[in-house]
Design a protein around this ligand. Structure first.
Ligand code: PMP
Length: 390
């Protein structure tokens, strides 16, 4: 790192954080023209109009002040009602907290439950923010490296040996970013059993629950005996194409939610009021747009899976989220080399699997949250790249 006059002011903690590996690719891509991006993890759709309008309307009515720290009661009530579709039953009074994106919910739950030195088992390939947030909460991330032959699902045989006296929690992401893997009831139950046997917590990031293409979403909190040891993290970014609104939530045992609320009261006060009114409309208004987006993601997934396999990049058809995680092993390149050379020679942005942990090496993450025209163009370019790679 460059030493400047002010660098000694930066804390050891901040210095210890590794910048996101995805960022470097975005920076490179942003300096180039005519880039087709399969890199970003956000919907290409604009937020549905009825949601935008509800937010305008709230401003017109003068709802411009803070809300209650936990979030608008009406929004909390609607989120709890919405979650009943996943067999979840939470009290809007004290078992839910509305946050600034799922990101803040993750930060808060870690800070509210981790003591210095506690270990959190994370499932790799996994979402890039978990490790820095665990570190900043004083904990240590212990990776469970999944295997492609198990569709990147964590198995009980892999989980059990990682548990030590310091293990506090297991972090699950279902459906998963970056692999798109969906964990079924059969996958989750043996994991839940181990969690109960060892008296652990589960942080269950279910932000992609709505974007699921084959089976129904199974929430960890709905499994027998898990409600009291699960905090579910979710939000509006993905399902309702609302990344920029920064609206999320956590539901879980009252004691943990109230501990999170204490931190939230000082650090954030409340989520944006106009975003909360938008969220209320997202849950109570017409849901045709969500269905349309899911249909469109499914169609794009099917197209891109077919294209990647036909050019020899082995790719499963994952059941959720909007990512594919094809193998690039046959090219003989590392995932970093592949992504960098693909960007420079064909101007297609993908994310090297290695940024998501050791088990991501040999793979790339392709987001299909982009138009069919862009996907067609990307496929043409990737194919040319793969054919010409030495
Ligand atoms: N969890 C996962 C798995 C994600 O992919 C993302 C966004 N990329 C988040 C959480 C954060 O979402 P939000 O926009 O609600 O902060």
């Amino acid at each position: 790192m460059m030493v400047t006059k002010s660098s000694h002011f930066v804390s050891e903690l901040a210095n210890s954080i590794q910048p996101s590996g995805i960022r470097r690719f975005f920076d490179l891509a942003s300096q180039m023209e005519d880039v087709v991006s399969l890199g970003v993890g956000e919907p290409d759709f604009t937020t549905p109009w009825n949601i935008i309008e509800a937010s305008y309307h709230s401003l017109e009515q003068g709802y411009t002040a803070y809300t209650s720290n936990a979030g608008l009661f009406s929004l909390r009530r609607e989120i709890c009602r919405y979650l009943t579709k996943y067999d979840l039953d939470y009290n809007p009074e004290d078992e839910i907290l509305v946050t600034v994106g799922a990101s803040q919910a993750i930060d808060l739950v870690l800070r509210a439950t981790i003591d210095r030195g506690d270990e959190v088992i994370i499932v790799n390939p996994g979402f890039v923010s978990y490790i820095p947030l665990i570190q900043m909460a004083g904990g240590k991330a212990v990776p469970l490296e999944t295997k492609a032959e198990n569709q990147f699902k964590p198995t009980p045989e892999q989980l059990e040996p990682l548990i030590t006296a310091k293990t506090k929690a297991v972090f699950l992401c279902n459906p998963n970013n970056p692999t798109g893997t969906v964990l079924s009831r059969n996958d989750l139950e043996p994991i839940a059993q181990i969690v109960k046997d060892h008296d652990l917590l589960v942080y269950s990031d279910e932000i992609y629950a709505e974007l699921i293409y084959e089976d129904d979403h199974v929430s960890t909190g709905a499994l027998e005996g898990m409600k009291e040891r699960t905090i579910i993290i979710s939000g509006f970014s993905k399902a309702f194409a609302m990344t920029g609104w920064r609206l999320g939530y956590a539901v879980g045992p009252k004691e943990i939610i109230q501990a999170m609320l204490k931190i939230h009261q000082s650090s954030m006060m409340c989520a944006s009021t106009m975003a909360q009114y938008a969220g209320l409309e997202a849950l109570t208004g017409n849901s045709d747009n969500v269905k349309r987006m899911v249909r469109s993601y499914r169609q794009r997934r099917n197209y891109l899976v077919h294209q990647l396999n036909s050019m020899g990049l082995d790719c499963e058809s994952p059941g959720g989220a909007f990512y594919l995680f094809p193998s690039i092993k046959k090219t003989g390149l590392s995932s970093e080399e592949f992504a960098e050379r693909l960007l420079i020679s064909e101007k297609v942005a993908v994310v090297p699997g290695s940024v998501f942990g050791e088990s991501g090496e040999g793979y790339i993450r392709c987001s299909y949250a982009t138009s069919m025209t862009q996907l067609e163009e990307a496929s043409k370019r990737i194919q040319r790249f793969v054919e010409n790679v030495e």
